[in-house]
Design a protein around this ligand. Structure first.
Ligand SMILES: C[S@@+](CC[C@H](N)C(=O)[O-])C[C@H]1O[C@@H](n2cnc3c(N)ncnc32)[C@H](O)[C@@H]1O
Length: 242
């Protein structure tokens, strides 16, 4: 078995703004804002975004909140700092980071899928809990749920920047549905002034039953106010009770 490469967040991080531009994140950011304004018992001013990546969500969130972003990738943090100089970005792992500060809301978006075990999930929810003020909201979602995984799902994005054209293909496959991981294989067709190079990349993602998400959130201390249960993703709006 090949390793979890995550080239998209290291040597190929420069591709991120080209194939996944910030404009694609406005709707997701607004949904988070609506949840905070709808469910929080606090007047939300300061938020913590764990797994903030290249800062594309933060680009919208910073209009409404003072944002602190945490990510494990220095390359993604460099992109985020360039895009959002006014945001406080810090290096850290969402399972273990401790900032010695509490926030009015905590967000974990499309990075929670990198939690591969129930222990990872529990540790991450605990990070969210200890950084949240009582009455505040923790918002996250499960991109994949056991029993709803679409085997061999394949999608693509394309983008250009100057003389660089990129086509990005993503394939999701679960070789062993009895465990809690699946694989994402990415293929990048990169043309510099028309000259083609092909790169490949492999990430592991986590897939858990819905009950595991709910039980683990409750175990950590959250009251789950809303479970928006489409097929996937499944959104969780949780409160740290006063
Ligand atoms: C899809 S990107 C997030 C993009 C982000 N939504 C944006 O607005 O640009 C996923 C991010 O999760 C981060 N990540 C993965 N595991 C992590 C961990 N254990 N702790 C913190 N960040 C993590 C990766 O480094 C990557 O930047």
């Amino acid at each position: 078995m090949q390793s979890d490469q995550r080239r998209l967040y290291s040597d190929l991080a420069w591709v991120w703004p080209i194939v996944s531009p910030k404009e694609n994140y406005v709707e997701d950011a607004e949904e988070f804002c609506q949840a905070v304004w709808g469910y929080s018992q606090l007047e939300a001013k300061e938020i913590l975004h764990l797994g903030c990546g290249g800062g594309h969500l933060d680009f919208t969130l910073k209009k409404y909140f003072a944002v602190t972003g945490v990510d494990v990738s220095d390359e993604m943090l460099a992109l985020a700092r360039q895009l959002n100089p006014e945001v406080d970005y810090q290096s850290g792992d969402m399972r273990s980071v401790r900032l010695d500060k509490t926030f009015d809301a905590v967000l974990i978006a499309d990075s929670i899928g990198y939690m591969l075990t129930v222990d990872d999930l529990r540790a991450t929810f605990t990070t969210a809990y200890v950084h949240l003020k009582p009455g505040g909201i923790f918002y996250t979602y499960a991109e994949e749920v056991t029993g709803r995984f679409r085997q061999n799902r394949t999608g693509y994005d394309t983008g250009s920047a100057g003389s660089v054209d990129v086509a990005f293909i993503e394939n999701r496959y679960d070789p062993d549905p009895s465990d809690t991981t699946y694989e994402m294989v990415f293929v990048y067709l990169i043309r510099h002034g028309g000259h083609l190079t092909v790169e490949t990349d492999r990430h592991l993602g986590g897939v858990f039953p819905l009950e595991i998400w709910l039980d683990t959130l409750k175990e950590v201390g959250f009251a789950v106010r809303l479970t928006e249960d489409g097929i996937v993703p499944v959104t969780f709006v949780c409160v740290k009770q006063i």
